[in-house]
Write a protein that binds this ligand. Structure first.
Ligand code: 4NP
Length: 154
């Protein structure tokens, strides 16, 4: 089972989701059965580490994102992944435009599927530190829902 998280730049939200899900899969004993990755719809940050504010906030909660490097989502990802999860509606729209007809991957809005109260992870890039905490709060909660689903699927 392969899961891909997608945001705009692949330096804030989706790398956080990748790190948090990987951590939770390890704790649930599913790390060998589920592969996790992340990508951006844009290409501005390709090859770069996650944003320093993202890395710092994540590390304070025990998630080390330093090995990650940004990449841009490709149409081929719809054949390579089983589940592609967008961080906001704009990302979802861009992904729908890229999605090949009959593609294997299931495409959904991450929080709409696993949270219920909120349906988008707000972009923290131009805001203050509390934005990065909010991203972590939303992603940690939704990843619990995702791990629950994956337990029944793998
Ligand atoms: P992300 O945040 O989509 O969560 O990685 C952003 C990172 C960079 C930019 C926008 C959003 N940017 O405009 O460079």
């Amino acid at each position: 089972m392969r899961v891909l998280f997608v945001c705009l730049g692949n330096i804030c939200r989706s790398p956080t989701a990748e790190g948090v899900l990987r951590h939770q899969l390890q704790a649930a004993g599913l790390a060998e059965r589920v592969e996790v990755a992340s990508a951006g719809t844009g290409d501005w940050h390709v090859g770069k580490q996650p944003d320093s504010r993202t890395r710092r906030a994540a590390l304070l909660r025990g998630y080390d994102l330093s090995a990650q490097r940004a990449q841009q989502v490709r149409a081929a990802d719809f054949a390579d992944y089983d589940l592609i999860l967008a961080m906001d509606k704009s990302n979802l729209g861009d992904l729908k435009a890229l999605q090949p007809a009959g593609a294997k991957a299931e495409l959904d809005l991450f929080l709409r599927r696993y949270d219920g109260a909120v349906d988008e992870v707000p972009d923290p890039y131009y805001g203050g530190e509390q934005g990065f905490e909010r991203v972590l709060d939303l992603i940690e909660a939704a990843c619990q829902g995702l791990v629950g689903e994956l337990k029944g699927r793998v």
